[in-house]
Write a protein that binds this ligand. Structure first.
Ligand SMILES: Cc1cc2nc3c(=O)[nH]c(=O)nc-3n(C[C@H](O)[C@H](O)[C@H](O)COP(=O)(O)O)c2cc1C
Length: 224
């Protein structure tokens, strides 16, 4: 399959936070599978909120906010084959930092950026996506808002969804005590991130009656 480039967007401001340790575990797994990995601590790079792009762009169409967004977006996110999106649940949604990163993409995704087609649209589609979440509450409904947003974004951008791992914890790093061992799950997800087949079957989709292929490489998306 060859070595891929996997980038984690870690969106909690907590440097040793629960979502970040899960993101690091996915990257460890990806590295074990031979892939090149990099973690971006978003709070260090993306500090300005999206403004009105029509009034805010520089004459050449680039973003005038002037923080580290452009470097993360053009040199890391767009170049990645695999994305690990890591967020704590904040008020039943994704973190403000992650939402703002996606909001800020609009400046360059929009047709009003002169190179949106050649540079952005040429690279933004068909990535493999792993999602890691951390939350205090373990009810599924507490994380559905974040998941729904991220899955719709994934669908919109033709990304291949590979799996979700949730770590339950509240204090810094406490998800490592979660008895379901989400860190091991996250590492396993990283190892198989490019082997996963997203089974969005329709009634008439040709397929084997078996879920688990004999060569054990046809892995459906995993949800924890
Ligand atoms: C602003 C804020 C809002 C939060 N809202 C929720 C929530 O709605 N549901 C929940 O289960 N936990 C909530 N939490 C708790 C965090 O999701 C939890 O502590 C998580 O493990 C933090 O992950 P981190 O260490 O990666 O930052 C909230 C925490 C903060 C700071």
């Amino acid at each position: 399959m060859g070595s891929k480039y996997v980038v984690a967007l870690s969106s909690s401001p907590r440097r040793k936070g629960n979502s970040r340790i899960l993101a690091e575990a996915v990257l460890e797994g990806a590295a074990e599978a031979g892939h090149r990995t990099e973690l971006v601590h978003l709070a260090d790079h993306v500090t300005g909120l999206l403004r009105n792009c029509r009034e805010c762009r520089k004459p050449d169409g680039t973003c005038s906010i002037g923080d580290g967004f452009d470097d993360v977006f053009f040199n890391k996110m767009l170049k990645a084959d695999g994305l690990v999106v890591a967020t704590p649940i904040w008020w039943y949604g994704m973190s403000a930092h992650l939402k703002n990163f996606f909001d800020r993409m609009f400046c360059y995704f929009a047709a009003s950026y002169p190179q949106s087609a050649e540079v952005v649209h040429a690279q933004i589609y068909r990535k493999h996506l792993a999602i890691v979440l951390s939350a205090e509450e373990n009810n599924l409904s507490a994380r559905l808002g974040a998941l729904t947003s991220l899955l719709e974004l994934s669908r919109y951008l033709h990304w291949t969804m590979t799996g979700v791992v949730t770590g339950i914890g509240n204090t810094t790093g406490e998800a490592s005590n979660d008895p379901l061992n989400p860190l091991a799950e996250a590492r396993a997800l990283g190892r198989r991130m490019f082997d996963v087949v997203e089974t969005d079957y329709k009634g008439d989709t040709p397929r084997s009656p078996r879920v688990w292929a004999d060569d054990n490489r046809s892995l459906p998306t995993s949800w924890r």
